[in-house]
Design a protein around this ligand. Structure first.
Ligand code: AMP
Length: 271
């Protein structure tokens, strides 16, 4: 396992690799990240995992400061997995070059998390482009847990580069909560609450499958119920198709998307 921080060392290390799998992360690793890494190791000759808490994708300074950082634990996990390269870049070096053209989302993309976290995905797309230029990976492994991110990055990166985005299933805990680094910030009671919410939404989806006519009113009722029952703040609870995230779901596969706060910790999921 090679740990690399400087771009000059990175270039030397991966210079001749023709089959590289890339797993971008912000650390605080859990079984969701581990599943991505295992898929990369199966599919590609070499695997590189980055750990970088990217400041430009945080719309809130407090959130950036309190984001879980668990480097020692992460490195132990990565060593056990026998990952080939770990990239721990310094922000200064990664952002040394100024962008020529600003990344802008179009109106139809400013939905769900993009609506509530101003500049978030612009920051994600920018850092992903920087990484892809540096690494030229064959595949980039990303989780369906962050479904909107997955689609945006896929469209953006695959239209500009040869790298392919490989989407990986969401890994959940025993109570059906999608694993997240932000769980480090939750009390155990809050995580149990998150389990009730997840199970409730799984049931809600099967209810919707039987009755697609008055979805808006069902969503409204469900939102009020969750707020009252679990004392959470819901940013959005929406149903959208999985192709272009529009609200048209007739004859299309769709998901329920939620973003909510438990005790000031923001969680997202989709079912
Ligand atoms: P993050 O470290 O949260 O930026 O996530 C890094 C990558 O891991 C992203 O592609 C996420 O979608 C993915 N990921 C995070 N949580 C999970 C999960 N529970 N299951 C599968 N993939 C995940």
């Amino acid at each position: 396992m090679k740990i690399i921080s400087k771009i000059i060392d990175l270039n030397k290390a991966i210079n001749r690799i023709s089959d590289l799998g890339f797993v971008p992360t912000m650390g605080g690793l859990h079984k969701g990240h581990i599943s991505l890494i295992k898929i990369s190791k199966k599919k590609c000759k070499k695997t590189l995992v980055s750990i970088f808490v990217n400041p430009t994708q945080f719309d809130n300074k407090k959130d950036f400061v309190s984001y879980p950082r668990k480097l020692n634990k992460d490195l132990k996990i990565l060593k056990k997995l026998n990952v080939d390269y770990i990239f721990l870049p310094h922000g200064k070096e990664i952002y040394n070059e100024k962008r020529l053209n600003k990344i802008k989302l179009n109106k139809s993309q400013k939905i769900l998390c993009a609506k509530f976290r101003k500049g978030h995905f612009e920051g994600v797309l920018d850092i992903m482009e920087r990484f892809v230029k540096l690494l030229t990976p064959n595949y980039i492994f990303m989780g369906e847990k962050d479904f909107q991110q997955l689609l945006l990055v896929k469209n953006f990166i695959e239209s500009k580069f040869n790298s392919k985005i490989y989407s990986c299933k969401t890994i959940r805990n025993k109570n059906n909560v999608a694993l997240s680094s932000r769980h480090y910030l939750l009390k155990s009671n809050d995580l149990i609450k998150a389990g009730f919410i997840a199970n409730d939404l799984i049931k809600f989806k099967s209810q919707i499958m039987k009755n697609k006519n008055n979805i808006n009113s069902l969503l409204k009722k469900k939102k009020s119920f969750l707020i009252k029952q679990f004392k959470i703040k819901i940013e959005y609870l929406e149903i959208r198709n999985i192709i272009d995230l529009k609200k048209i779901i007739i004859n299309k596969k769709y998901k329920i998307f939620i973003a909510y706060y438990i005790n000031k910790v923001r969680l997202i999921d989709n079912f």
